[in-house]
Design a protein around this ligand. Structure first.
Ligand code: ADP
Length: 445
C-alpha cells in the first residue's frame, strides 16, 4: 500500500478552519439549542405538574427557542395568577364556612365526609375529626342519611330533624335542627358527585316555644278557675228569685269579690313578670332605709300576722340603707314575708329578718320556722307557677308567681336570691345585693 502523500499547507489550513468552524457550530448548538431546550423541557414538565416556571431564566433565553421561552414565561405567569386566585377563593370559602353559625358537612356519593366546618364539630361535640368517616357512623341516624341520599340523587331537601347529640358533659340529649341538603354538581357533570348538608340548631327556639306554650297553658288555667267560679255565681244570682234570698246574694257577692281580687292579683303579677322579662322595668334607685321599708311591709301584713298569731322580729340595724327602687324592694320583702305567713303554722309561727352589710354586698335574710321546702322543690320554687302544694297555695291566695317576681327584682338590682331550708324545720330566704347598691348610714329614727 502506498503511503498517502503528505498534506500540503493549504490543505492543513483548510482542515484547521473546518475544525474551528465545527467547534464553533457545536458550541453555538450547545449553548443556544441543547441547553435552553433542556431547560424548556424541564419547565414544561413542571407546568404539567402544576408548578409555574420562573420567568427570569426563560426571558434570558436567546436563539431559536427565544419565542417559545417567552410564551412559556407568559403561560407561567398566568398559571401563577390562577393558582393564587384559587388559593384566595379557597381561603375565602373556608373563612365563610368557619364564620357561619350553621354546621356544614360535605360528603361524596358514598356519604363519606370530605369536609366539615368547626361549628359542626362543636355542635355535635365530635371527639375525632369527621373526615373520611361515613355519615351513618358519625350520626347514627337513618333520617339524616335518607335526606343526604335524596340530595345525591338531585333532590334537595329542607326539613326539621332531631338528632341525639353529645353534650360537653359527655351525655347524649336530643337537639333540634333545621336541615338543608343539596347535591354537589360540578359544571358539566350529569349527576351530583356528592352533597352538602347544612345544620341550623333550633333547640333554643324549640325550648322557648315550649316555655311559651306552657306559660300560656298555665295562665289560661289560672284565669279559668276564678272566672268559672264568678260565672257560676252570676248564673245562680240571675236564677229566678235568687236575688230575693239575701243570705245567698251576700255569699255569692263575697265569693265573686274574692275571685275578682284574685284575678286582679294574677294580672298584676303577670304584668310585673312581663315587664322584667322584657327588660322594660325602669328602676328609680334611691337610698332606702331597710328598717323603714320592712316596717311598712309588716304594717300591711298586720291582718295576716294577727290571723296567724305570728311573731315577726325585725332584727335589722337602723343604719342599713340600700340604694334600690323603694317600691320594688317593698315588693320583694312583702312577697317573702307573706309567704312565710301563708305557709307557716297557725300556732307558734316565728319570722325573723336580719341583715349583714359587708364591703361587697348586703345580705338580708327572711327566716321562718314553717314547714320548710324539700330539696327537690327548692330548685324549682323560683320558676313561674311552680308551687309545692298547688291547692294550698291557691287557697292561701297565691298566684305561683311571687318568688319569680322576687328573683327578677333582685336580679334587676344586680343581686341574687338563695334559699336554705329543712323540711319540718323552716326556710331562710337570702337576698344578696351588691355593695354599690348598699350603703350603711345613720338614719334618724
Ligand atoms: P305562691 O303564690 O304559690 O306563694 P311563690 O312563687 O311565692 O308562689 O312560691 C312558690 C312556692 O314555694 C309556694 O307555692 C310554696 O309551696 C313554696 N314556698 C314559698 N315560700 C315558702 C315558705 N316560706 N315556706 C314554705 N314554702 C314556701
Amino acid at each position: 500500500m502506498n503511503p498517502s502523500p503528505p498534506l500540503d499547507l493549504a490543505e492543513i489550513l483548510l482542515l484547521a478552519v473546518a475544525a474551528v468552524v465545527a467547534a464553533l457550530a457545536a458550541r453555538w448548538w450547545w449553548r443556544r439549542v441543547w441547553t435552553p431546550g433542556r431547560g424548556l423541557r424541564t419547565a414544561i414538565r413542571g407546568l404539567a405538574d402544576g408548578r409555574a416556571p420562573d420567568a427570569a431564566p426563560l426571558l434570558a433565553v436567546k436563539g431559536p427557542w427565544r419565542a417559545v421561552a417567552g410564551d412559556l414565561a407568559r403561560a407561567g405567569e398566568r398559571v401563577r395568577g390562577m393558582v393564587s386566585q384559587l388559593d384566595d377563593e379557597t381561603l375565602n370559602l373556608r373563612t365563610i364556612l368557619e364564620s357561619l353559625t350553621e354546621g356544614v358537612l360535605i360528603v361524596d356519593t358514598a356519604q363519606v365526609v370530605h369536609s366539615a366546618n368547626t361549628p359542626l364539630e362543636r355542635m355535635f361535640e365530635l371527639k375525632s375529626p369527621p373526615l373520611g368517616r361515613s355519615v351513618l357512623e358519625i350520626f347514627r341516624d337513618g333520617e339524616l342519611r335518607a335526606a343526604i341520599a335524596k340530595a345525591i340523587t338531585g333532590e334537595p331537601t329542607i326539613r326539621e330533624i332531631t338528632l341525639e347529640t353529645r353534650g360537653p358533659d359527655g351525655r347524649y340529649a336530643p337537639k333540634h335542627f333545621d336541615l338543608a341538603t343539596v347535591g354537589l354538581r360540578p359544571a358539566g357533570a350529569e349527576r351530583p358527585v356528592g352533597a352538602i348538608a347544612v345544620f341550623h340548631d333550633i333547640s333554643a327556639l324549640k325550648a322557648l316555644e315550649s316555655v311559651r306554650r306552657e306559660f300560656v297553658a298555665n295562665v289560661s288555667h289560672e284565669l279559668r278557675t276564678p272566672m268559672s267560679i264568678i260565672n257560676g255565681y252570676l248564673e245562680t244570682l240571675l236564677d229566678a228569685g235568687a236575688l230575693d234570698d239575701r243570705a245567698l246574694t251576700v255569699k255569692a257577692l263575697t265569693v265573686m269579690q274574692k275571685h275578682g281580687q284574685r284575678l286582679n292579683l294574677l294580672v298584676e303579677d303577670l304584668l310585673t313578670i312581663s315587664t322584667f322579662e322584657h327588660g322594660r322595668a325602669a328602676l328609680h334607685v334611691e337610698p332606702v332605709p331597710l328598717l323603714v321599708c320592712l316596717r311598712k311591709v309588716v304594717d300591711r301584713l298586720e291582718p295576716a300576722i294577727a290571723e296567724k298569731r305570728a311573731r315577726v322580729d325585725l332584727a335589722v340595724d337602723a343604719g342599713v340603707t340600700i340604694e334600690a327602687d323603694a317600691n320594688r324592694l317593698d315588693q320583694v320583702f312583702f312577697n317573702l314575708l307573706e309567704n312565710a305567713l301563708k305557709y307557716g303554722p297557725t300556732e307558734g309561727l316565728s319570722v325573723r329578718v336580719t341583715a349583714v352589710a359587708g364591703p361587697d354586698q348586703v345580705s338580708i335574710t327572711v327566716e321562718d320556722n314553717g314547714p320548710g321546702i324539700a330539696a327537690s322543690d327548692r330548685v324549682h320554687i323560683f320558676e313561674r307557677f311552680y308551687r309545692v302544694h298547688k291547692d294550698r297555695s291557691r287557697d292561701a291566695g297565691g298566684t305561683g308567681l311571687g318568688l319569680s317576681i322576687v328573683k327578677h327584682i333582685v336580679q334587676a338590682h344586680g343581686g341574687h336570691v338563695t334559699v336554705e331550708s329543712k323540711l319540718g324545720r323552716g326556710s331562710a330566704f337570702q337576698v344578696h345585693l351588691p355593695a354599690r347598691a348598699a350603703v350603711a348610714r345613720d338614719i334618724p329614727q
